[in-house]
Write a protein that binds this ligand. Structure first.
Ligand code: FAD
Ligand code: UDP
Length: 360
């Protein structure tokens, strides 16, 4: 008899499992993939380069408790992610900052004069969607160069068709800070995410069953409570219809050269069919005569990587949530179960709070 059956071994499942195990609870984690870790899984490819199987993952948070929790299971490589956007044949800092503007327009603004520029171009509008969000900060021209094409490629929707939270993820800077994130705590697990996840799972109270969809075995397992981190619509057999998710195809290439690009990620808002190229050695700090890059090609079908934040989807999710709220002793946490475009730290924070609620 297990105290908890946890469906999914991503960060939501693994965090819950570890914390509950430390409360003395007996845990069974069931994972349908061949490996634990969910979308943060990384591995050494045949050229010995550490790569992220489901796309580049950079950890960043302002939550001290989340950082402290993970730091029990890994040391960190101090890494601050930098991104360039390939626009009009130039590689320009993204998020848009002072240097982006000066390079794009061949101007000489400084941090005192740049507000004049932004005040001139930005539009004073009510913010109802992801297009408004950008235009209210930088105006139409920069929106069209940096956001419109990227968003259409990534979501197959125009920014006006998406909730404002999507482009609100990207700030606009009036200074020269060219980091993608400015959170207090940032880094990459020094031996990789998989190593960190495995350290979390190594506990005498945790068993894990891989390569198994929980529905295949759930009726044969005795457990008191369940934590579910898979897609919420699947849990309810799609009774209200399928929630849309956006998927990606990752194409990896290993090249016989030390480095391919200047920074961790280069975004391609207007050229090519992929959205961005990431070079893992920048993230991991690994030394090698070869380098591996990944190109991300958005697609409709496939693994559910991104919930799609727009009203009709949130309405559909709320129907499922209502059902979920009626269930005793079954808890929904994580990006898929809450249908929330959440970063790693938010998912971990939610799992920590959930465990406090049920056992604390
Ligand atoms: P998941 O990692 O999706 O884990 C869910 C697990 O449940 C999976 O392993 C799945 O196989 C399993 N599962 C599902 N259904 C079943 C079932 N029926 N039976 C058994 N098991 C099941 N966040 C950041 O903070 N920084 C980043 O740089 C970043 N980059 C990202 C890049 C990409 C391309 C993507 C897609 C996401 C990125 N994220 C990033 C977000 C991050 O991946 C998520 O916040 C986090 O991994 C979510 O963890 P989770 O446990 O909720 O979900
Ligand atoms: N975005 C954009 N241009 C960029 C970067 C981001 O239009 O150069 C928009 C796009 O809609 C994207 C969203 O902002 O999906 C969030 O970007 P982020 O880099 O946070 O995406 P993620 O890493 O989650 O895929």
């Amino acid at each position: 008899m297990f105290d908890y059956l946890i469906v999914g071994s991503g960060l939501a499942g693994t965090t819950s499992a570890r914390l509950l195990a430390e409360f003395g609870k007996k845990i069974l984690v069931i994972e349908k993939r061949l490996h634990p870790g969910g979308n943060v899984y990384d591995y050494y490819n045949e050229h010995g380069i550490l790569v992220h199987k489901y796309g580049p993952h950079i950890f960043h948070t302002n939550y001290k408790d989340v950082w402290d929790f993970l730091s029990r299971f890994t040391e960190w490589r101090n890494y601050q992610h930098r991104v360039l956007s390939y626009v009009n044949g130039q590689y320009l800092p993204m998020p848009i900052n002072l240097d982006t503007i000066n390079k794009l327009y061949n101007t000489n603004y400084n941090s005192f004069t740049i507000p004049h520029f932004f005040n001139k171009v930005k539009e004073d509008i009510e913010i109802n969607n992801s297009r408004d969000m950008v235009i209210s900060k930088v105006g139409v021209e920069l929106y069209e160069l940096f956001f419109k094409g990227y968003t259409k490629k990534q979501w197959d929707l125009y920014p006006e068709e998406l909730d404002k939270e999507v482009t609100a993820r990207i700030p606009i800077r009036y200074n020269r800070d060219d980091r993608y994130f400015t959170d207090k705590y940032q880094g990459i697990p020094i031996n990789g995410y998989t190593n960190m996840i495995n350290n979390m799972l190594v506990h005498e109270n945790i068993c894990i069953l891989l390569k198994t969809d929980y529905k295949e075995v759930v009726n044969w397992i005795e457990y008191k409570k369940m934590i579910y981190t898979g897609p919420i619509d699947y849990f309810f057999d799609y009774k209200y219809g399928k929630l849309p998710y956006r998927s990606l195809e990752f194409k990896f290439e290993t090249l016989d050269q030390k480095y391919y690009q200047q920074v961790g990620t280069v975004n391609y808002p207007n050229d090519y069919d992929f959205t961005r190229i990431t070079e893992f050695k920048h993230l991991t700090g690994q030394k090698s005569m070869k380098t591996t890059i990944v190109k991300e090609y958005p697609k409709e079908e496939g693994e559910p990587y991104y919930p799609i934040p727009r009203k009709e989807n949130v309405d559909l999710y709320n129907l499922y949530k209502k059902e979920a709220d009626k269930l005793d002793n079954i808890y929904f946490v994580g990006r898929l179960a809450k249908y929330k475009y959440a970063n790693m730290d938010v998912v971990i924070k939610d799992a920590i709070e959930l465990v406090k609620e049920v056992e604390g």
